[in-house]
Design a protein around this ligand. Structure first.
Ligand SMILES: Cc1cc2nc3c(=O)[nH]c(=O)nc-3n(C[C@H](O)[C@H](O)[C@H](O)COP(=O)(O)OP(=O)(O)OC[C@H]3O[C@@H](n4cnc5c(N)ncnc54)[C@H](O)[C@@H]3O)c2cc1C
Length: 438
């Protein structure tokens, strides 16, 4: 259902660019909603027959929540996900995974800090509620972009069913394995999508079952997000669905090899269903609370996590731009990957809907998007790798409780404190400096 709370004042579009978005994951959807809110009608083409997300839950950091608020989605999400005000800026408590679960670090909370967890289905549904259905097209598998032969400067977007559409700007939000990135970057796709030496066991548990099983929990696992840290393993526990469900990500990183050194066979499935026994066996030396929660799950999925590496040298070629996982897929250790894609989407929507953006200067505008977004998304990518090492005892300050605490302090600050207009302000300054905008 299209939102009953229209965000779009009726007005003429700020410019006459025709924009096509490829991929209806969270980043493509946010871009489509934001552009519509700024008065532009971007059409979105999705390969699948309907919108869908795989995986259990997702953490929404303060930076992402602020953008969702600006595009009118946040209230829908809070209502659908049943997130009470006191749970909207939750902080993660860090514990030792072994023994009596010594509390290692409790970060300070505040209005600009924290995140909340939602199921992916609810997140997607909340976005879809705000997308105008007449702008979305399914069963449209994008294959390539070519140039129109006339001097219109337009792009031709091709789909697997043989159809095409023309656009002034093409935004590829088609995920880590999306087509077209090689054309933007010139890099063989097989060389840029690599195994992150990281295995994620993902599962949901009913908190009722955990309460029944455990009378003497030492940690806050039923009330707030917790990260249990160990040696070459960690686990992230996040209450979702109003605390009725607990999302569990139990993680093993092989910290002895560099990202990209281990190759997965092409035909090896990246996500498989596995058993609770396999999960428990990998954490057999861990303490009571961690094992109780792992013992309470039903279905367990095992993910071999892939990332984009090395970082791309550009997100833009001509009138084609990458965003989201298509540009910077990262490991999940800071719960920040989608947030970075949402920041990309919002900046693109702000710049492409600017009345000063024209068919003649749009390539310069997209280059500025690249100049602003690439260093930030890459810094978050690197911070994510550092966080994984810290959780698993290989941080810069060592594996003692004190060392881990030092490395954890402020690790989310630069991500969460990023203002909704920070990127736009830098981009406008650059565009004015280059004489592209007045
Ligand atoms: C285990 C795990 C946990 C995570 N936890 C978090 C978290 O807590 N917080 C967070 O912020 N991030 C998290 N992330 C990262 C986050 O899930 C991704 O960054 C985000 O989902 C990427 O969204 P996207 O829209 O860029 O791509 P995708 O979600 O991959 O969407 C791409 C879309 O494009 C479509 N598509 C693909 N190819 C084509 C084509 N040729 N033509 C048309 N359509 C196409 C696909 O069908 C899909 O709908 C996690 C990731 C993992 C793996």
């Amino acid at each position: 259902m299209f939102s009953t709370k229209p965000q779009v004042p009726s007005r003429n579009p700020p410019n006459d660019l025709k924009i096509v978005i490829v991929g209806g994951g969270v980043c493509g959807l946010v871009c489509c909603i934001a552009l519509k809110q700024f008065g532009m009608e971007a059409h979105l083409y999705e390969a699948a027959a309907k919108f869908g997300e795989i995986g259990a839950a997702i953490g929404i950091g303060n930076n992402t929540a602020n953008i969702l608020d600006k595009i009118g989605v946040l209230d829908t999400l809070f209502a659908k996900a049943d997130i009470p005000p006191q749970a909207r800026h939750s902080m993660v408590t860090f514990y030792d995974g072994e023994g009596d679960h010594e509390a290692i670090y409790d970060p300070p909370s505040g209005p600009a800090e924290g995140s909340f967890g939602v199921t992916r289905t609810v997140f997607l549904d909340s976005l879809v509620d705000h997308v105008d259905p007449k702008l979305t097209h399914f069963n449209k598998r994008f294959t390539k972009v070519t140039q129109v032969t006339s001097d219109s400067g337009r792009q031709v977007v091709h789909f697997a069913d043989g159809t095409t559409v023309e656009a002034d700007v093409v935004l590829l939000a088609n995920g880590i394995r999306g087509a077209g990135r090689d054309v933007v970057t010139g890099v063989d796709p097989k060389k840029s999508v690599v195994f992150a030496n990281t295995v994620y066991y993902r599962a949901l548990a009913h908190s009722g079952a955990i309460k029944e099983a455990a009378l003497d929990l030492k940690t806050d696992i039923l009330k707030r997000a917790c990260i249990f840290m160990g040696t070459n393993k960690h686990a992230v526990i996040v209450p979702v669905a109003g605390g009725t469900l607990i999302n569990i990500s139990a993680v093993l990183i092989d910290n002895s090899v560099k990202v990209g050194e281990v190759e997965l066979a092409d035909d090896e499935p990246r996500v498989v269903q596995t058993t609770k026994d396999e999960l428990l066996k990998n954490f057999e030396e861990w303490g009571n609370d961690a094992r109780i929660i792992m013992g309470s799950v039903e279905t367990v999925n095992k993910w071999l996590v892939e990332v984009l590496h090395p970082s791309l040298e550009t997100y833009v070629k001509g009138k084609v731009a990458l965003l989201g996982d298509a540009a910077h897929a990262m490991a999940p250790h800071l719960g920040a990957g989608a947030g970075q894609g949402i920041e990309d989407a919002y900046l693109l929507a702000q710049l492409l809907s600017d009345p000063q953006t024209t068919k003649a200067n749009v390539e310069a505008v997209l280059k500025t998007y690249d100049a602003v977004r690439r260093p930030r998304a890459q810094a978050v990518w690197e911070a994510t790798q550092r966080a994984g090492r810290t959780y698993e005892g290989h941080g810069n300050s060592g594996n003692s409780a004190e060392g881990r605490r030092r490395d954890l302090e402020g690790q989310w600050a630069f991500i969460w404190h990023h203002g909704v207009n920070d990127d736009r302000d830098i981009a406008l300054k650059l565009l004015r400096g280059q004489g592209v905008f007045l």
